[in-house]
Design a binder for this molecule. Structure first.
Ligand code: NAP
Length: 450
């Protein structure tokens, strides 16, 4: 090709930015990259997923921000592909498109009562407390103020985050970058009991030890574990013997089991081998019904028919994220991913030339932030190989200015605009004695970017 390849990356979270970085850190194929995001701010789940009190993980954004220093990259924030730019336009302006838009919705439990008021998705709660522009500021204020007891379903890291944030006292969150309305709602929260519920045993939980341990170290909160925590079945014994991380997790639970009973203003109750079968209530959540399970030789849960109910005011469903389909593109509705082979989008057995995926929409919602780096490198290798074979010469109008002309009607936030938002958030935080206060309102974000 006698001009630089034009690549669009859709999604400015870690997976998209790692892909941009991998594209721009090679010299074999000259190219330029536009990183497009429907939000006015970059960093995806690092901004709207990582818990606000996990400051060291959130600081990954500084590293990701450095990728925008590379020559040949642009940030086009507040641009929705499919709406502000149609797919026909994308094909017109770009030789290759890498989809890195993640998995933004919650998975469902599929049990009666799931839709009762007070049954909420962890994805919504996390979006709210991190200040996502799509969440109304008062989304959970009343619910939290009027609630005492919350059930969190699922024993992954998101469930741990949600449990910790709901169980911390005001003192423990003051330093974070949560928006002011979230501070106010958490200060006014009536929640004093959180039930963290796993359908299998401690050896099958998905959390990481560092995150798990924090639950036992909160200022005003005690922790108790129920009798489902014994690990006496063969599958759990094998898992502990063969995997150090599992053994460490189980050791944390055993340490909690051995703690003498104490009295605290707040409590976390951890339940294992407890499968949710129904959420009950008249007009709102009032209790959750759990069935005791046993763990079979493969480590799967099977119900025993032994039911018990816990009175709760809120159920937070934290059973994983799922990706959403894009109109006109193939989608695997069972795995909630776009079918692909090593990042190349597949339509049945045919390759969709010029279209790639990376991150959670490629492989499903698993792994830590760093997992996306390896995933992006694999996808970018496919892009570069296809470019070298002359398969990507498709853009009719590859002039980088043409797409900006097409977006003249949109308030595009570029990287300079993000820098101004960043400065505004830091200055807002400084006034409150914090490093940063997140701006949550889309029009405030756009105004700050000007
Ligand atoms: P996850 O790790 O997949 O955990 C989902 C949990 O939901 C599992 O315990 C699963 O149990 C349970 N579950 C699924 N369906 C269920 C059902 N019908 N009834 C009851 N329980 C059910 O998902 P996640 O917590 O959303 O996390 C997503 C990814 O982000 C993970 O890779 C996670 O490590 C990562 N993350 C990392 C951090 C961090 O590093 N600090 C923070 C947040 C998220 P089964 O195992 O029995 O299916």
């Amino acid at each position: 090709m006698d001009r630089p390849l034009r690549v669009a990356v859709v999604g400015a979270g870690p997976s998209g930015l790692y892909a941009a970085d991998a594209l721009l850190s090679q010299e074999n194929v000259p190219l330029t990259v536009d990183v497009i995001d429907r939000l006015p701010t970059p960093f995806g789940l690092v901004r709207y997923g990582v818990a606000p009190d996990h400051l060291s993980i959130r600081s990954v954004r500084d590293k990701l921000d450095g990728i925008f220093e590379r020559p040949g990259i642009r940030f086009l924030g507040n641009v929705e592909v499919g709406k502000d730019l149609t797919w026909t336009q994308m094909e017109h302006y770009y030789d290759a498109v890498i989809l890195a838009y993640g998995a933004s919705r919650d998975r469902e439990l599929g049990i009666p009562g799931e839709d009762l008021p007070g049954s909420i998705a962890a994805t919504d709660l996390v979006n709210w407390y991190t200040g996502h522009p799509d969440m109304p500021p008062d989304a959970f204020t009343e619910l939290l103020a009027g609630s005492h007891s919350v059930a969190v379903i699922g024993v992954g890291n998101v469930a741990v985050d949600v449990t910790r944030v709901l169980s911390k006292c005001a003192n423990e969150i003051e330093h974070t970058d949560m928006p002011e309305h979230v501070f106010a709602a958490l200060r006014g929260s009536g929640v004093r009991e959180v039930h963290l519920i796993g359908r299998r045993g401690p050896a099958q939980a998905n959390w990481t030890t560092k995150e798990l341990r924090e639950l036992g170290e909160l200022e005003e909160c005690g922790i108790v574990v129920d009798e489902g925590a014994q690990v006496d079945d063969p599958a759990s014994m094998t898992a502990i013997a063969s995997d150090k991380a599992t053994a460490r997790n189980v050791a944390v639970i055993e340490e909690w089991l051995a703690r003498p009973p104490t009295s605290h203003p707040r409590m976390i109750h951890v339940h294992f081998r407890s499968r949710p079968v129904e959420i009950r209530g008249t007009g709102r959540v009032q209790e959750i019904v759990l069935e005791r399970t046993t763990i079979d030789e493969e480590g799967r849960a099977s119900g025993t028919g032994d039911l018990h109910a816990i009175p709760v005011d809120v159920v937070v469903r934290s059973v994983g994220y799922r990706g959403l389909p894009l109109e006109g593109l193939p989608f695997d509705a069972d795995r909630h991913v776009i079918p692909n082979v090593e990042g190349r989008v597949m339509d049945g057995s045919d390759v969709r030339h010029g279209l790639y995926v990376t991150g959670w929409i490629k492989r499903g919602p698993s792994g830590i932030i760093g997992t996306n780096k390896k995933c992006a490198v694999q996808t970018v290798s496919a892009v570069l190989a296809d470019a070298s074979e002359g398969l990507l010469d498709r853009a009719n109008d590859p002039d980088p200015e043409s797409v900006m002309i097409a977006l003249a009607h949109v308030d595009v936030v570029d990287h300079e605009g993000w820098r101004r938002i960043d400065a505004a958030e830091r200055s807002l935080g400084e006034r409150a004695g914090r490093d940063r206060t997140t701006l949550h309102d889309r029009s405030d974000l756009i105004a700050a970017s000007r």
